[in-house]
Design a protein around this ligand. Structure first.
Ligand SMILES: [Zn+2]
Length: 308
């Protein structure tokens, strides 16, 4: 696909464009802005009068962007720009640093408009031990929270994932990302993952290529696997009945991680699937819906046809 074809596709999916050309790089995001709680696709193009980009990095606010070359000539790139669900600023600075094929460096920075996305509220009843955990349980949960933070802090700068993300289990969505939950009319929290239905033992597969950084049994999340996809992008799989991988294992997209269960704080068997960009959780359903088949570094047959 040409960069113009890709741009047209991106913008037709997103509505009318709000282009922000500054000469050095052409940057386009959806006209409505970047919604809270999502990673939004932004198109970055080196104009025909300039050399293609050999590398691209950047930040939105202080969170690193996830980037991928989206044309074989590396003139067109796609950026995944994450915005936190609690973000209340109306603009966040989007900053890009590109290295062009002739060795020159290009910087680009502009405020990107942020729009508040709507999220639901729900009341739930769960076992008392989760609302009023014992001291020993609280200590255990605190230890486990520390271990998770440590696993997430070891970031892999290079991109391990390729192409579009795959659904980790075929079950239907039973609870969306972002819902404000009140447990037993007391404890309040935000649902920072997507719940997918499944029977105990149904297979769970990795949404993308990466490396397992945590595979443990935890108090709240039960059987837990965390996969590092590189570029500060992580996915998490909770409440598993069986874990088939170990920390350090390399995994391919679609490779088995274990099975659906009802372990930890649950009302029934399901997969709680969450996606983290840096310190921010974003809507997994929106990530799964992104068409990233233009990925120039994806060796799969689907994208190979776009190569010369
Ligand atoms: Zn959940």
């Amino acid at each position: 696909m040409t960069s113009h074809g890709l741009l047209a596709l991106l913008l037709s999916a997103a509505g009318a464009p709000l282009g922000a050309p500054s000469g050095a790089l052409e940057v386009a995001w959806p006209s409505e802005g970047l919604p809270t709680g999502r990673a939004t696709l932004v198109q970055v193009t080196s104009p025909a009068s300039r050399p293609p980009m050999v590398s691209l990095t950047g930040t939105i606010g202080d969170v690193p962007l996830v980037v991928l070359p989206a044309s074989a000539d590396r003139r067109s790139w796609l950026v995944l720009a994450p915005v936190g669900i609690e973000q209340r600023r109306r603009h966040l600075p989007l900053a890009l640093e590109a290295t062009l094929q002739d060795g020159s460096a290009v910087s680009w920075k502009k405020p990107a408009p942020i729009v508040e996305a709507p999220y639901d509220e729900r009341h739930l009843t769960v076992s008392k031990k989760f609302v009023k955990p014992t001291l020993a349980q609280r200590k255990r949960a605190a230890r486990e929270a520390k271990a998770l933070t440590a696993a997430l802090s070891k970031k892999t700068p290079e991109r391990l994932w390729r192409g579009s993300f795959a659904r980790p289990t075929p079950g239907v969505e039973t609870s969306p990302f972002g819902t404000k939950r009140t447990y037993n009319d007391k404890k309040k929290s935000r649902h920072l993952g997507l719940d997918l239905d499944g029977a105990v033992g149904a297979p769970i597969t990795s949404t993308g290529r990466g490396r397992v950084v945590l595979a443990v049994e935890r108090f709240y999340s039960g059987g837990t696997v965390v996969v590092d996809h590189g570029q500060s992008l992580f996915t998490m799989y909770f409440h598993m009945s069986r874990i088939d991988v170990r920390a350090g294992d390399a995994v391919e997209k679609g490779q088995g991680l274990g099975a659906v269960g009802a372990t930890g704080q649950v009302t029934g068997p399901h997969l709680h699937f969450s996606v983290r960009f840096g310190d921010l959780y974003v809507d997994p359903a929106r990530l799964l819906a992104l068409d990233l088949s233009a990925d120039a570094e994806d060796g799969s047959p689907a994208s190979a046809v776009t190569r010369p």
